[in-house]
Design a protein around this ligand. Structure first.
Ligand code: ZN
Length: 154
């Protein structure tokens, strides 16, 4: 994991450590959709923290369409036509979607934090949330997507 962009990855992985050790979010025993949403929120926090430590980091998915809003055929077309990739496994695709959603939220959250619209209190609450109740991570993810302008149906 720590190969290119080493500093950014160290910053992100350090943020994951601080987040996970403090909140101990509930990944086990959740429905797949909630587990996936929690993964996206975790990546959002990781990217947000890496931007706090190194603001020049760019979201590598900034020119991608919202992959969550596309159907499977549209996603295959995007990867084949824009990136020359036609052999993504479902696991690879899930990892890309989780990171794209998380990084996009974390990126927008950073700029709102910087401008004062996303408060330190809100950031702390997100980082300490354990997401104990079923559906709570999914509900929060939808709130974050809407708040940070990512829930834009095609
Ligand atoms: Zn990460």
């Amino acid at each position: 994991m720590l190969y290119r962009d080493c500093e950014h990855h160290v910053n992100e992985e350090s943020t994951h450590f601080v987040h996970l050790i403090n909140s101990n979010p509930r990944f086990s025993g959740t429905e797949m959709y909630d587990w996936t949403a929690l993964g996206m929120i975790t990546e959002a926090i990781g990217f947000f923290g890496s931007k706090l430590l190194c603001p020049d980091r760019l979201n590598p998915y900034r020119d991608f369409p919202d992959l969550l809003s596309l159907d499977n055929a549209e996603r295959e077309d995007f990867f084949k036509n824009n990136l020359g990739i036609d052999d993504l496994t479902k696991i690879d695709l899930a990892e890309i979607i989780i990171h794209q959603q998380g990084y996009s939220i974390g990126d927008r959250a950073f700029y709102e934090y910087y401008s004062g619209d996303f408060s330190k209190r809100e950031a702390k609450a997100l980082m300490l949330n354990r997401f104990e109740r079923n559906g709570s991570a999914t509900k929060k993810l939808l709130e974050l997507r809407k708040r940070f302008g990512i829930l834009l149906p095609n």
